[in-house]
Write a protein that binds this ligand. Structure first.
Ligand SMILES: [Zn+2]
Length: 364
């Protein structure tokens, strides 16, 4: 199995198109044409992890955080990033990072976080915008179903828990071919009026090339009339953070102790108690200060995230309980999820969970 085949499987789980623009996801180091010997899954691809990969004969390291984030101008080994990259290259080890491609996924980082707390009725906290497009096309009556099915097979027509979503209406199409045309209906130069079906479907924009290929391959006209629209709808299944409910509300202190236990936190910092019981909980694994207002607006009783600064605790404004549970801790089960996923998808292949604890933060 080549590394690129494993990448294909990884991107079925977390399409790189889901990643944030600022991010650096995908294959960071290595040649995807190389035959893979084993996969080591970790949180941070540090030099010690590369050593572990060498010892365990894994030439692909799948990490959550991209070790290469902002570009490198010199690679001399002067810091931990450069040393990890140099060691990986010297030992023919590829590094693939998932990061926000999985953060934005409805089954990703924040669902894993929510599940660890046993939250129910979860939904995305900040649904992604500018991600959905609409295709409108016109097919002759007896071709319409074939076109619709081809579009569905290419990934169009998925809305929430439904697939095969489309709208069709019947009307009259007109056309007249010039001297170079070869019309399926009528003759060259003839003004044709014919019954056609207008088909409308939505799709995630990164699937566009695949969907247009399906359209052109399934449509029987020489020229396929079609229109593409950008939609302002939010994508309810893609986005950062998650909000859900505890099956049984808890008093604030008890809730924080529960979180500390479930997420194995060395300690946590929180805003003043509001005096309310905690039922609705918003979570965002990693640095999530930007979403405090989203959590308040969504009516959360508590918002769990990491990397909060002193002044940001004031932003709770006594409207919710804000807690910084630690960056690593908030994402700690992600690597286990990736391992389980890969083991399910790639049978009889070494998929190893790193034994290293890459959390750079220690608690006294
Ligand atoms: Zn992170």
């Amino acid at each position: 199995m080549k590394i690129k085949e494993i990448i294909y499987v990884l991107e079925e789980m977390a399409p790189t198109a889901y990643a944030e623009d600022f991010d650096n996801v995908g294959l960071l180091v290595g040649d995807q044409e190389t035959e893979a010997s084993g996969i080591l899954v970790c949180h941070d691809a540090l030099e010690t992890i590369i050593d572990e990969a060498i010892a365990k004969k894994c030439n692909l390291v799948v990490c959550f955080h991209p070790i290469l984030f902002s570009g490198l101008k010199k690679i001399t080994g002067k810091n931990y990033v450069e040393r990890a990259v140099i060691k990986a290259i010297k030992n023919d080890i590829a590094i693939y990072a998932v990061h926000t491609a999985l953060d934005n996924h409805q089954e990703g980082v924040n669902k894993i976080f929510s599940d660890a707390l046993g939250l129910i009725n979860t939904k995305i906290l900040i649904p992604k915008e500018q991600f959905i497009r609409k295709l409108v096309t016109y097919a002759p009556l007896d071709n319409a179903e074939i076109v619709r099915n081809a579009l569905f097979a290419a990934g169009a027509g998925n809305i929430g828990n439904y697939d095969n979503c489309s709208f069709s209406s019947t009307g009259t199409g007109t056309f007249r071919g010039n001297q170079n045309s070869n019309p399926l209906v009528g003759e060259r130069y003839e003004l044709v009026q014919t019954t056609e079906v207008k088909i409308e479907v939505t799709y995630e924009k990164h699937l566009e090339r695949k969907i247009l290929t399906a359209l052109f391959n399934s449509h029987i006209y020489e020229e396929v009339a079609h229109e593409i629209y950008n939609l302002n709808n939010k994508h309810q299944n893609i986005g950062l953070g998650m909000i859900g409910e505890l099956p049984n509300p808890l008093p604030e202190k008890e809730f924080l102790e529960f979180v500390k236990d479930k997420m194995q936190c060395g300690g946590l910092r929180h805003s003043s108690f509001t005096g309310n019981k905690i039922k609705k909980v918003a979570v965002l694994g990693g640095a999530g200060s930007f979403a405090i207002s989203n959590a308040i607006q969504a009516g959360a009783d508590a918002y769990l995230t990491a990397d909060l600064k002193y002044h940001q605790f004031y932003e709770a404004e006594n409207k919710l309980l804000l807690a910084d549970i630690g960056h690593f801790e908030s994402e700690r089960y992600t690597k286990n999820y990736i391992v389980e996923y890969l083991r399910k998808k790639i049978l009889n292949f070494a998929v190893i969970l790193s034994e290293e604890n890459s959390n750079p933060v220690k608690y006294l």
